[in-house]
Structure formats: structure tokens, C-alpha cells
Design a protein around this ligand. Structure first.
Ligand code: ADP
Ligand code: MG
Length: 346
């Protein structure tokens, strides 16, 4: 759930559409809409809302309600908060307890487990114990201790998280298990914030949380929201790209900002749950999907398994993806067939 302030800089968003992207004459009501922008830290991330509303009062009300919803989701899904529903659930690990979970938590757990199955455990929200060791490694600039890593790994495995589809209960079968929704919860929060905006009659909006986003209807007179994607920070990487999205989610994953460098090796905050080790190949993934939660989960998955192995999973979710990876000083680009249709001229 934690990410970085810098991400906003990395994934800058431009509202100014290039000439030629006007799809239709503005509707009568569009002429009365004004652009408003809001920003607030939530979930340890800068969340940002850009919306079009007829007046300031309507804009403020809608944005406040959307931020409140994000705060509510943080209270449920944070793994930093000792009192969150997620933390309390993790504390029941190994106690033989099936715990009834809230509808929000259920939706995210259920989706996460689906993705874990599809990816054969490359995406795994039970990765908490290992992620905690890597957070410590980042703070101390020191690799996790072998023994501690082995203990942590023994408590990782999505098959040890049992969900009951009828009762909406979750059970953590092994003691010391710890759930971490960092790879999927902000996508869900963006989607839910967007729903709240819609319920306030605001449909032309974009919600961004730490660089991941949920886009609603386009700005008045435009075909979509124009998003700038920065390049991977290696020589010969493809340059900055722009994509155009509407009523979709977009997510990015990579080791650009959250990593630790020890003895010349850069370890990402994304770990391979099967080894317990932070990813060491520099990569940058962008996923465009039907919603933010799908995009968020898929982008982390691709970081772990790579584009080729992830192609079927991405296609199964009707999503499009691009992955730029630096493999032994060579830049590899993977792109699904449909990704190009979102690309824009500079
Ligand atoms: P970001 O937070 O930078 O947007 P991601 O969406 O890829 O990036 O999420 C990364 C976070 O997900 C990590 O900080 C960690 O909390 C968690 N995580 C790390 N590795 C995995 C994994 N293999 N599967 C699921 N979650 C992971
Ligand atoms: Mg993710």
C-alpha cells in the first residue's frame, strides 16, 4: 500500500489534448463544466482527483466523499495499521479460525486469490512476512538474514489462504502468515473513489493513487485522459510515451523508485514469492484494464513472470500491457497486440 511521492513526477498527467483528438462537438452541458483538482495523502500515498463539475460546491462535495471512501478502505486494508481489518485477520493465522470479512475486503481477497491461481503464485498476497524483511533491508541497507528469510518463506503461500465463497470467510492456515495488499488495494481504492464521484453526478474524472489510476469519462470535448509514461531508466530504453484512456484503469509497476541497492545489485520492492527475493532485473510495466484493481494486480504479476509468460493472463482479463525490461544490458520490450491503440503522438 505504500509507495512513493516521486511516482507522481514520474507519471505526469497532461490534460491538454493534441490537435485532432476532439471526437465530437461538446454537449450543451459540457460547456458549463469547470475543471477542479484535489490532492490528499491517503494510504501513505498522494491521491489526486481531477474532475469536471458545474460549480465549486459540487466539486468539493464529490471530492470530499471520494477521499473519505479511500480513507475508509485504508482503515480496512492497511498492513501498517495495527487495527485494520486486514491486520486483525492476519493475527488469526494458524489459529484454526475462519473469519467473516467485510464486502470490500472480500472483493479484494477474492480477486487476489484468482490472480494467484492464474499466475501459479507469482502474484501472492500472503507474501507479507517476506515483504516485511525487505522493508527492513531497505531501511538498513542490508540483505535479509538467511535464517529469517527461510522462516518468513515458510509462512508464504496463497494456497494457505482459504476463502469460503458462500460464507465470505477467510482463514490463514499457517501461523505467522501475513497478508499484504500493496499490489492491488490502491487499484481498488481508485475504482471505488471513481464510483463515489459518479454517485455525485461527476462522471468526467480521473483518480490517481501513487501513479495507478482509474479514469472515468473524458474531459469535455476530449476522447480520453492523456497520460504520460516515463521511460525505464536505462540507456537505449524507448522514450516517453503518451496513452489515452477513458473508463478504464491504468497501473504501473517496477523497481524504479522503490528498491534497495546492496553490493551493486538492485532489489525491487516486488518479490518473487517462490524465492523470497526482491526482483533484480530492472523493468517497467504498464497495464491498461477495464478497472484499476485489474490493472494494479496484473502489473505486479507481469513484473514477476515477465510479458511472454503473462500474456495469456493479461488477455484473459481483456487487458493490454507493455513491459520494458533490462536483461543483461539489453533492453527487451514486450507489448500485447492491442497496446498500440492507446498510444498517442507526443
Ligand atoms: P507500487 O506499490 O510501486 O505501485 P505494485 O503495485 O507492484 O507497486 O505493488 C508492490 C507491493 O506489493 C510491494 O510493496 C509489496 O507490498 C507487495 N508485493 C510485493 N511482491 C508481491 C507479489 N509477488 N505479489 C503480490 N504482492 C506483492
Ligand atoms: Mg500492482
Amino acid at each position: 500500500m505504500r509507495a512513493l511521492m516521486n511516482r507522481i513526477l514520474w507519471l505526469a498527467i497532461s490534460w491538454i489534448c493534441v490537435a485532432g483528438c476532439v471526437s465530437h462537438a461538446p454537449k450543451q452541458t459540457d460547456a458549463q463544466l469547470q475543471r477542479f483538482e484535489f490532492q490528499k495523502p491517503e494510504m501513505g500515498l498522494p491521491f489526486r482527483i481531477v474532475l469536471y463539475a458545474p460549480d465549486e460546491k459540487k466539486a468539493n462535495e464529490a471530492a470530499a466523499a471520494a477521499f473519505q471512501r479511500i480513507g475508509q478502505l485504508n482503515d480496512i486494508m492497511s498492513d501498517y495499521d495495527e487495527e485494520s481489518e486486514l491486520t486483525l485477520l492476519s493475527k488469526t493465522a494458524g489459529q484454526g479460525k475462519a473469519v467473516k470479512v467485510s464486502d470490500d475486503l472480500w472483493r479484494v481477497l477474492d480477486r487476489a486469490q484468482q490472480l494467484a491461481k492464474e499466475s501459479d503464485g507469482a502474484f501472492d498476497i500472503t507474501v507479507g512476512p517476506v515483504v516485511q524483511l525487505w522493508r527492513k533491508a531497505r531501511r538498513e541497507q542490508k540483505l535479509p538474514d538467511r535464517e529469517n528469510l527461510a522462516i518468513a518463506r515458510a509462512a508464504v503461500g496463497f494456497k494457505n489462504l482459504q476463502l469460503d465463497q458462500k460464507l465470505h470467510t477467510a482463514e490463514l492456515l499457517v501461523s505467522r502468515m501475513k497478508l499484504d495488499l500493496g499490489a492491488i488495494a490502491k487499484g481498488y481504492a481508485n475504482d471505488e473513489a471513481m464510483k463515489v464521484l459518479r454517485s455525485h453526478g461527476v462522471t468526467r474524472a480521473l483518480v490517481t493513487g501513487g501513479g495507478d489510476m482509474a479514469a472515468g469519462d473524458p474531459p469535455p470535448g476530449k476522447k480520453g485522459w492523456r497520460i504520460e509514461l516515463a521511460p525505464l531508466d536505462v540507456p537505449n530504453a524507448p522514450p516517453t510515451n503518451f496513452v489515452m484512456i477513458a473508463n478504464q484503469g491504468l497501473a504501473t509497476s517496477g523497481d524504479l523508485f522503490q528498491h534497495v541497492e546492496i553490493d551493486g545489485t538492485r532489489y525491487s520492492h516486488i518479490v518473487d514469492p517462490r524465492t523470497g527475493i526482491g526482483l533484480t532485473d530492472h523493468s517497467l510495466v504498464v497495464v491498461i484494464a477495464r478497472d484499476g484493481m485489474t490493472a494494479d494486480g496484473l502489473s505486479t504479476t507481469l513484473s514477476v513472470i515477465g510479458g511472454e509468460k503473462g500474456r495469456r493472463i493479461v488477455e484473459g482479463h481483456h487487458a493490454e500491457a507493455r513491459m520494458v525490461r533490462n536483461v543483461s544490458d539489453r533492453v527487451e520490450i514486450f507489448e500485447t497486440v492491442g497496446f498500440k491503440k492507446y498510444l498517442q503522438d507526443k
